[in-house]
Design a protein around this ligand. Structure first.
Ligand code: ATP
Ligand code: F1X
Length: 303
Protein backbone atom coordinates (compact mmCIF):
# COMPACT_ATOMS: atom_id res chain seq x y z
CA UNK A 1 0.00 0.00 0.00
CA UNK A 2 1.13 3.57 -0.62
CA UNK A 3 0.54 5.87 2.35
CA UNK A 4 0.85 9.64 2.25
CA UNK A 5 1.26 11.58 5.45
CA UNK A 6 0.33 15.26 5.62
CA UNK A 7 0.95 16.61 9.11
CA UNK A 8 -0.32 20.03 8.08
CA UNK A 9 -3.09 19.75 5.45
CA UNK A 10 -4.81 22.81 4.05
CA UNK A 11 -7.80 24.03 2.17
CA UNK A 12 -6.17 25.79 -0.77
CA UNK A 13 -8.16 28.91 -1.65
CA UNK A 14 -6.91 29.76 -5.12
CA UNK A 15 -8.07 33.19 -6.24
CA UNK A 16 -7.44 35.00 -9.49
CA UNK A 17 -7.38 38.78 -9.44
CA UNK A 18 -6.93 40.35 -12.87
CA UNK A 19 -5.08 43.40 -11.64
CA UNK A 20 -4.01 43.15 -8.03
CA UNK A 21 -3.67 46.44 -6.14
CA UNK A 22 -2.10 46.19 -2.67
CA UNK A 23 -3.98 48.15 0.00
CA UNK A 24 -7.19 48.32 -2.14
CA UNK A 25 -10.37 46.23 -2.34
CA UNK A 26 -9.70 43.65 -5.05
CA UNK A 27 -12.37 41.42 -6.58
CA UNK A 28 -11.73 37.93 -7.87
CA UNK A 29 -12.37 36.87 -11.46
CA UNK A 30 -12.10 33.17 -10.53
CA UNK A 31 -11.76 31.15 -7.38
CA UNK A 32 -11.37 27.52 -6.30
CA UNK A 33 -11.29 25.71 -2.98
CA UNK A 34 -9.29 22.49 -3.04
CA UNK A 35 -8.18 19.97 -0.47
CA UNK A 36 -4.43 20.56 -0.19
CA UNK A 37 -1.19 19.87 1.55
CA UNK A 38 1.67 18.08 -0.14
CA UNK A 39 0.91 14.48 0.87
CA UNK A 40 -2.77 14.91 0.04
CA UNK A 41 -1.80 16.26 -3.38
CA UNK A 42 0.37 13.19 -3.99
CA UNK A 43 -2.65 10.99 -3.12
CA UNK A 44 -4.92 13.00 -5.43
CA UNK A 45 -2.52 12.80 -8.37
CA UNK A 46 -1.97 9.05 -7.87
CA UNK A 47 -5.75 8.67 -7.80
CA UNK A 48 -5.90 10.37 -11.23
CA UNK A 49 -3.45 7.69 -12.33
CA UNK A 50 -5.68 4.92 -10.91
CA UNK A 51 -3.25 4.08 -8.12
CA UNK A 52 -4.71 3.54 -4.67
CA UNK A 53 -3.24 5.27 -1.64
CA UNK A 54 -4.29 5.92 1.92
CA UNK A 55 -4.00 9.56 3.03
CA UNK A 56 -2.95 9.98 6.67
CA UNK A 57 -2.56 13.14 8.74
CA UNK A 58 -4.26 15.49 11.14
CA UNK A 59 -7.43 17.39 10.28
CA UNK A 60 -9.84 19.48 12.31
CA UNK A 61 -12.94 21.67 12.16
CA UNK A 62 -15.03 22.62 9.13
CA UNK A 63 -11.99 22.85 6.88
CA UNK A 64 -10.90 19.39 7.94
CA UNK A 65 -14.37 18.04 7.15
CA UNK A 66 -14.22 19.67 3.72
CA UNK A 67 -10.90 17.94 3.01
CA UNK A 68 -12.11 14.53 4.16
CA UNK A 69 -15.39 14.75 2.19
CA UNK A 70 -13.69 16.03 -0.97
CA UNK A 71 -11.17 13.20 -0.92
CA UNK A 72 -13.84 10.61 -0.27
CA UNK A 73 -15.91 11.99 -3.17
CA UNK A 74 -12.89 11.62 -5.45
CA UNK A 75 -12.33 8.07 -4.25
CA UNK A 76 -9.16 8.70 -2.22
CA UNK A 77 -9.04 6.50 0.87
CA UNK A 78 -8.30 8.42 4.09
CA UNK A 79 -7.55 7.65 7.70
CA UNK A 80 -7.17 11.08 9.25
CA UNK A 81 -6.80 11.78 12.95
CA UNK A 82 -9.18 14.49 14.20
CA UNK A 83 -7.69 17.33 16.24
CA UNK A 84 -9.32 20.32 17.93
CA UNK A 85 -9.19 23.54 15.95
CA UNK A 86 -9.60 24.19 12.26
CA UNK A 87 -7.26 22.92 9.57
CA UNK A 88 -5.58 25.95 7.97
CA UNK A 89 -6.66 27.79 4.81
CA UNK A 90 -3.80 28.60 2.41
CA UNK A 91 -4.32 31.49 0.04
CA UNK A 92 -2.87 31.22 -3.46
CA UNK A 93 -3.26 34.59 -5.15
CA UNK A 94 -2.93 34.49 -8.92
CA UNK A 95 -2.29 37.92 -10.37
CA UNK A 96 0.68 39.18 -12.43
CA UNK A 97 2.78 37.17 -10.03
CA UNK A 98 1.68 34.22 -7.86
CA UNK A 99 1.66 34.94 -4.12
CA UNK A 100 1.07 32.34 -1.42
CA UNK A 101 0.00 32.86 2.19
CA UNK A 102 0.19 29.57 4.05
CA UNK A 103 -1.51 29.32 7.43
CA UNK A 104 -0.55 27.63 10.70
CA UNK A 105 -1.54 24.20 11.89
CA UNK A 106 -4.02 23.67 14.72
CA UNK A 107 -2.47 22.24 17.89
CA UNK A 108 -1.61 18.56 17.77
CA UNK A 109 -1.64 16.86 21.18
CA UNK A 110 0.36 13.88 22.44
CA UNK A 111 -2.67 11.59 22.16
CA UNK A 112 -3.02 12.49 18.46
CA UNK A 113 0.65 11.82 17.88
CA UNK A 114 0.35 8.47 19.64
CA UNK A 115 -2.59 7.59 17.35
CA UNK A 116 -0.45 8.36 14.32
CA UNK A 117 2.45 6.28 15.63
CA UNK A 118 0.04 3.38 16.11
CA UNK A 119 -1.08 3.70 12.48
CA UNK A 120 2.51 3.70 11.28
CA UNK A 121 3.25 0.50 13.21
CA UNK A 122 0.78 -1.23 10.84
CA UNK A 123 2.98 -0.61 7.78
CA UNK A 124 4.44 -3.72 6.18
CA UNK A 125 7.34 -4.71 3.96
CA UNK A 126 6.76 -3.41 0.40
CA UNK A 127 4.70 -0.41 1.50
CA UNK A 128 5.66 3.14 0.50
CA UNK A 129 5.30 6.09 2.89
CA UNK A 130 5.38 9.64 1.55
CA UNK A 131 6.11 12.24 4.24
CA UNK A 132 5.31 15.56 2.67
CA UNK A 133 4.90 19.20 3.60
CA UNK A 134 5.76 21.48 6.47
CA UNK A 135 5.91 20.37 10.08
CA UNK A 136 3.44 22.15 12.41
CA UNK A 137 5.08 24.56 14.90
CA UNK A 138 3.89 22.44 17.82
CA UNK A 139 5.91 19.41 16.66
CA UNK A 140 9.71 19.06 16.68
CA UNK A 141 11.70 19.34 13.46
CA UNK A 142 12.85 15.76 14.10
CA UNK A 143 9.30 14.41 13.82
CA UNK A 144 9.64 12.73 10.40
CA UNK A 145 12.67 10.77 11.62
CA UNK A 146 10.86 9.84 14.85
CA UNK A 147 7.81 8.66 12.93
CA UNK A 148 9.93 6.51 10.60
CA UNK A 149 11.47 4.86 13.69
CA UNK A 150 7.97 3.59 14.60
CA UNK A 151 7.83 1.43 11.48
CA UNK A 152 8.80 -2.18 12.21
CA UNK A 153 9.87 -3.21 8.72
CA UNK A 154 13.09 -1.98 7.08
CA UNK A 155 11.49 -2.72 3.73
CA UNK A 156 9.14 0.28 3.68
CA UNK A 157 10.31 2.86 1.14
CA UNK A 158 10.38 6.35 2.66
CA UNK A 159 9.90 9.39 0.43
CA UNK A 160 10.36 12.85 1.93
CA UNK A 161 9.28 16.14 0.38
CA UNK A 162 9.85 18.93 2.86
CA UNK A 163 12.30 21.75 3.45
CA UNK A 164 14.48 23.45 6.06
CA UNK A 165 15.32 21.74 9.33
CA UNK A 166 12.71 18.93 8.95
CA UNK A 167 14.42 17.98 5.66
CA UNK A 168 17.87 18.02 7.28
CA UNK A 169 16.61 15.94 10.22
CA UNK A 170 14.91 13.42 7.93
CA UNK A 171 18.14 12.53 6.14
CA UNK A 172 19.18 10.14 8.89
CA UNK A 173 16.01 8.11 8.23
CA UNK A 174 17.77 6.96 5.00
CA UNK A 175 14.95 7.96 2.65
CA UNK A 176 14.55 6.17 -0.67
CA UNK A 177 13.79 9.53 -2.32
CA UNK A 178 13.82 13.21 -1.42
CA UNK A 179 12.61 15.95 -3.77
CA UNK A 180 13.87 19.38 -2.82
CA UNK A 181 13.70 22.17 -5.38
CA UNK A 182 17.05 23.89 -6.00
CA UNK A 183 16.30 26.65 -3.45
CA UNK A 184 15.46 24.08 -0.77
CA UNK A 185 18.62 22.11 -1.55
CA UNK A 186 20.75 25.28 -1.36
CA UNK A 187 19.07 26.11 1.94
CA UNK A 188 20.24 22.83 3.48
CA UNK A 189 23.82 24.05 2.97
CA UNK A 190 23.12 27.67 3.93
CA UNK A 191 23.84 28.97 0.40
CA UNK A 192 21.71 30.54 -2.33
CA UNK A 193 21.52 30.90 -6.13
CA UNK A 194 23.21 27.64 -7.03
CA UNK A 195 24.05 26.55 -10.57
CA UNK A 196 23.06 23.14 -11.97
CA UNK A 197 26.59 21.81 -11.36
CA UNK A 198 26.58 23.12 -7.80
CA UNK A 199 23.19 21.47 -7.23
CA UNK A 200 24.65 18.18 -8.48
CA UNK A 201 27.62 18.50 -6.09
CA UNK A 202 25.40 19.35 -3.10
CA UNK A 203 22.97 16.57 -3.97
CA UNK A 204 25.82 14.03 -3.95
CA UNK A 205 26.72 15.15 -0.44
CA UNK A 206 23.21 14.14 0.67
CA UNK A 207 23.62 10.76 -1.04
CA UNK A 208 26.74 10.32 1.13
CA UNK A 209 24.53 10.94 4.17
CA UNK A 210 22.36 7.92 3.30
CA UNK A 211 19.69 9.14 0.86
CA UNK A 212 19.17 6.66 -2.02
CA UNK A 213 17.79 8.99 -4.69
CA UNK A 214 17.29 12.72 -5.08
CA UNK A 215 15.24 14.70 -7.55
CA UNK A 216 16.22 18.36 -7.53
CA UNK A 217 13.49 20.19 -9.39
CA UNK A 218 14.31 23.56 -10.94
CA UNK A 219 10.87 24.61 -12.25
CA UNK A 220 11.08 25.34 -16.01
CA UNK A 221 14.86 24.87 -16.02
CA UNK A 222 14.69 21.07 -15.77
CA UNK A 223 15.65 18.77 -12.92
CA UNK A 224 18.48 16.61 -11.65
CA UNK A 225 18.26 12.98 -10.67
CA UNK A 226 21.07 11.92 -8.37
CA UNK A 227 21.84 8.34 -7.41
CA UNK A 228 25.02 6.89 -5.89
CA UNK A 229 26.65 6.07 -9.22
CA UNK A 230 24.96 8.49 -11.60
CA UNK A 231 23.67 12.02 -12.04
CA UNK A 232 21.17 12.78 -14.77
CA UNK A 233 19.88 16.10 -16.05
CA UNK A 234 16.29 16.02 -17.28
CA UNK A 235 14.72 18.64 -19.51
CA UNK A 236 11.12 19.70 -18.91
CA UNK A 237 8.62 20.35 -21.72
CA UNK A 238 7.96 23.90 -22.86
CA UNK A 239 4.44 25.20 -22.39
CA UNK A 240 2.10 27.75 -20.95
CA UNK A 241 2.20 27.55 -17.13
CA UNK A 242 -1.34 27.83 -15.73
CA UNK A 243 -0.85 26.48 -12.24
CA UNK A 244 2.17 25.82 -10.08
CA UNK A 245 0.27 24.58 -7.00
CA UNK A 246 1.05 20.88 -6.69
CA UNK A 247 3.51 20.72 -9.61
CA UNK A 248 6.27 19.50 -7.29
CA UNK A 249 3.87 17.01 -5.65
CA UNK A 250 2.99 15.73 -9.13
CA UNK A 251 6.69 15.01 -9.74
CA UNK A 252 6.71 12.82 -6.62
CA UNK A 253 3.43 11.11 -7.57
CA UNK A 254 4.53 10.56 -11.17
CA UNK A 255 7.84 9.09 -10.00
CA UNK A 256 6.03 6.63 -7.71
CA UNK A 257 3.44 5.70 -10.35
CA UNK A 258 6.09 4.81 -12.88
CA UNK A 259 8.54 3.20 -10.45
CA UNK A 260 6.07 0.69 -9.05
CA UNK A 261 5.38 -0.62 -12.57
CA UNK A 262 8.70 -0.19 -14.38
CA UNK A 263 11.16 -0.61 -11.51
CA UNK A 264 13.34 1.78 -13.55
CA UNK A 265 14.61 4.88 -11.74
CA UNK A 266 15.31 6.72 -15.02
CA UNK A 267 11.86 6.05 -16.44
CA UNK A 268 10.31 7.07 -13.13
CA UNK A 269 12.31 10.32 -13.16
CA UNK A 270 11.14 11.12 -16.71
CA UNK A 271 7.52 10.28 -15.86
CA UNK A 272 7.73 12.43 -12.73
CA UNK A 273 8.91 15.42 -14.75
CA UNK A 274 6.19 14.89 -17.36
CA UNK A 275 3.61 14.74 -14.54
CA UNK A 276 4.99 17.92 -12.91
CA UNK A 277 4.79 19.80 -16.21
CA UNK A 278 1.35 18.35 -16.99
CA UNK A 279 0.11 19.86 -13.72
CA UNK A 280 1.91 23.15 -14.41
CA UNK A 281 0.18 23.32 -17.82
CA UNK A 282 -3.32 22.45 -16.46
CA UNK A 283 -5.90 24.27 -14.35
CA UNK A 284 -6.09 21.35 -11.91
CA UNK A 285 -3.82 18.35 -11.41
CA UNK A 286 -2.30 16.39 -14.29
CA UNK A 287 -4.20 13.75 -16.24
CA UNK A 288 -2.68 10.59 -17.75
CA UNK A 289 -3.21 11.64 -21.38
CA UNK A 290 -1.22 14.86 -21.06
CA UNK A 291 1.54 13.15 -19.07
CA UNK A 292 1.94 10.54 -21.81
CA UNK A 293 2.08 13.26 -24.46
CA UNK A 294 4.68 15.28 -22.53
CA UNK A 295 6.83 12.18 -21.85
CA UNK A 296 8.04 12.46 -25.46
CA UNK A 297 9.43 15.92 -24.66
CA UNK A 298 11.40 14.93 -21.55
CA UNK A 299 14.95 14.05 -22.50
CA UNK A 300 17.73 13.03 -20.16
CA UNK A 301 21.51 13.46 -20.31
CA UNK A 302 24.11 11.81 -18.09
CA UNK A 303 26.29 14.37 -16.33
N1 ATP B 1 7.85 26.78 -16.31
C1 ATP B 1 7.70 25.44 -16.31
N2 ATP B 1 7.71 24.75 -17.47
C2 ATP B 1 7.57 23.42 -17.49
N3 ATP B 1 7.41 22.67 -16.38
C3 ATP B 1 7.40 23.29 -15.19
C4 ATP B 1 7.54 24.71 -15.08
N4 ATP B 1 7.49 25.05 -13.76
C5 ATP B 1 7.32 23.88 -13.08
N5 ATP B 1 7.28 22.84 -13.93
C6 ATP B 1 7.11 21.41 -13.59
O1 ATP B 1 6.84 21.30 -12.21
C7 ATP B 1 7.90 20.58 -11.56
C8 ATP B 1 8.10 21.12 -10.15
O2 ATP B 1 8.45 22.48 -10.21
P1 ATP B 1 9.30 23.21 -9.09
O3 ATP B 1 10.73 22.95 -9.30
O4 ATP B 1 8.84 24.63 -9.10
O5 ATP B 1 8.91 22.41 -7.78
P2 ATP B 1 8.34 22.89 -6.40
O6 ATP B 1 9.01 24.15 -5.98
O7 ATP B 1 8.37 21.72 -5.50
O8 ATP B 1 6.85 23.15 -6.86
P3 ATP B 1 5.58 23.60 -6.03
O9 ATP B 1 6.00 23.83 -4.61
O10 ATP B 1 5.14 24.85 -6.75
O11 ATP B 1 4.62 22.47 -6.20
C9 ATP B 1 9.09 20.72 -12.48
O12 ATP B 1 10.02 19.67 -12.30
C10 ATP B 1 8.42 20.66 -13.83
O13 ATP B 1 8.11 19.32 -14.19
O1 F1X C 1 3.05 24.92 4.00
P1 F1X C 1 3.55 23.66 3.33
O2 F1X C 1 3.11 22.42 4.05
O3 F1X C 1 5.01 23.68 3.03
O4 F1X C 1 2.91 23.62 1.87
C1 F1X C 1 1.52 23.55 1.73
C2 F1X C 1 1.14 23.78 0.29
O5 F1X C 1 1.54 25.06 -0.19
O6 F1X C 1 1.77 22.80 -0.52
C3 F1X C 1 0.88 22.32 -1.52
C4 F1X C 1 1.51 22.48 -2.87
O7 F1X C 1 2.71 21.77 -2.95
C5 F1X C 1 -0.40 23.09 -1.35
O8 F1X C 1 -1.51 22.26 -1.59
C6 F1X C 1 -0.36 23.60 0.06
O9 F1X C 1 -1.09 24.77 0.27
Amino acid sequence: MIYTLTLNPSVDYIVTVDQFAAGKTNRTSAEMKNPGGKGINVSRVLNHLNIKTKALGFIGGFTGEFIEKSLQNEGVETNFIKVDGDTRINIKLRADAETEINGRSPKIGQKHLDQLKKQLRQLKSGDILVLAGSVPDCLPATIYRELVQEIDSNEVKIIVDTSGQPLIESLSASPFLIKPNHHELADVFGVSNISVNEAATLGKKLIDKGVDNIIVSMAGEGALFIHRDKTILGSVPKGDVKNSVGAGDSVVAGFIASYIYSDSLEEAFRYGLAAGSATAFSEGFCQKELINKLMKEVSITNL
